[in-house]
Design a protein around this ligand. Structure first.
Ligand code: FAD
Length: 293
């Protein structure tokens, strides 16, 4: 292996000879410089650089988040809250957690099928939550907002993370959890995994899909079932109002901290997903009754 070189530049194109079937991968940088490599690990987030170049479908949903960091957050709370989707504040759910040192983070998200969403609507939703969503509105009222946090998280994984000479990780692969849109841990864990497979490929001097596919297989072992189950209901799950989530809270309120972590990380302890459809149906029947009577 050659010496390590760090280059800070923007990639304007991932080039491929015959859909990346060539004997090198080539990146064109904004500076005009061209880089060639035996192997590319793409971690370009929602830009999906390699997936687009190869012609893979990107994620079907995006969670557009808007929130703020607060200082002087003197309310004594160690809470970390995952907030359910809401028609008033955002179909993507939200978050509140204190970070220590009198700091906190609060925000809301909207899930849509498009990679972009108007910033103004996100901000309006967020400020509505900050003003109206009790108890967060109250516990943040003494704090000073210091900076906004904003971005879009692709959700639902792309079809295959491992291609000829290419591995795709993190948000670029849609690896954030579909059920809670958490992508930091998955990006780190899968970055590590793809790195290990890259070392094997370099040792064998074989960068074919066949060798790199081990990355996908390892991911599948741990995640495939959970993600498939969540992907099946993602369209219904993200577009409900609060009543469906009230049903979930009843179940989750009985979880131990360990079970809650397992739920957030692996979508565990969901029971039979039929309960979800029952709640959904009840919700719809309620809406129909309301419209008729
Ligand atoms: C407001 C907000 C709050 C969040 N909160 C949480 C949370 O509490 N917990 C959690 O787990 N996840 C959270 N997430 C999601 C999490 O941040 C992402 O899932 C995670 O950062 C994905 O990491 P990544 O490295 O795959 O992609 P990114 O962090 O998106 O990194 C991609 C990088 O690629 C670079 N890039 C893109 N295109 C190019 C190009 N053409 N050339 C060169 N570089 C390029 C980008 O500049 C960026 O630096 C949050 C996201 C947002 C927006």
């Amino acid at each position: 292996m050659g010496r390590l070189k760090y280059i800070n530049n923007e990639v304007s194109e991932v080039c491929q000879n015959e859909r990346l079937q060539g004997d090198k991968v080539e990146l064109v940088l904004q500076s005009g410089e061209r880089l060639t490599s035996d192997l590319l690990i793409d971690a370009s987030g929602r830009a999906h650089l390699a997936a687009k170049a190869i012609g893979l479908n990107a994620s079907p949903y995006y969670s557009h988040c808007y929130g703020e960091r607060f200082e002087n957050h003197t309310t004594n709370t160690e809470m970390c809250c995952f907030l359910g989707p809401s028609k008033r504040f955002g179909s993507g759910g939200g978050w509140y957690y204190s970070i220590g040192n009198d700091k906190a983070s609060f925000g809301y998200a909207k899930v849509t099928r498009s990679p972009d969403y108007p910033k103004k609507e996100l901000k309006d939703n967020y400020y509505r939550a900050l003003k109206e969503f009790s108890p967060y509105s109250k516990i943040l009222s003494d704090s000073t907002p210091v900076r906004a946090e904003m971005g879009s998280i692709p959700i639902v994984p792309i079809k295959n993370f491992a291609q000829h000479r290419v591995m795709i990780v993190g948000d670029a692969a849609g690896q954030a959890t579909i059920w809670s849109c958490m992508g930091s841990e998955t990006a780190l864990v899968n970055g590590n995994l793809s790195g290990k497979i890259a070392i094997k490929a370099y040792k064998k001097q074989d960068f074919s899909k066949n060798v790199l596919q081990e990355y996908q297989r390892e991911w599948n072992k741990i995640n495939k079932k959970n993600y498939q189950k969540a992907a099946m209901i993602a369209g219904a799950m993200w577009f409900q109002d609060e009543r469906v989530w009230d049903e979930q809270i009843l179940i989750m309120s009985k979880f131990s901290p360990q079970q809650m972590l397992e739920r957030m990380r692996y979508n565990a302890h969901t029971g039979n997903i039929i309960w979800f459809f029952v709640a959904l149906a009840r919700n719809k029947i309620g809406a129909i009754k309301k419209a008729i009577f």
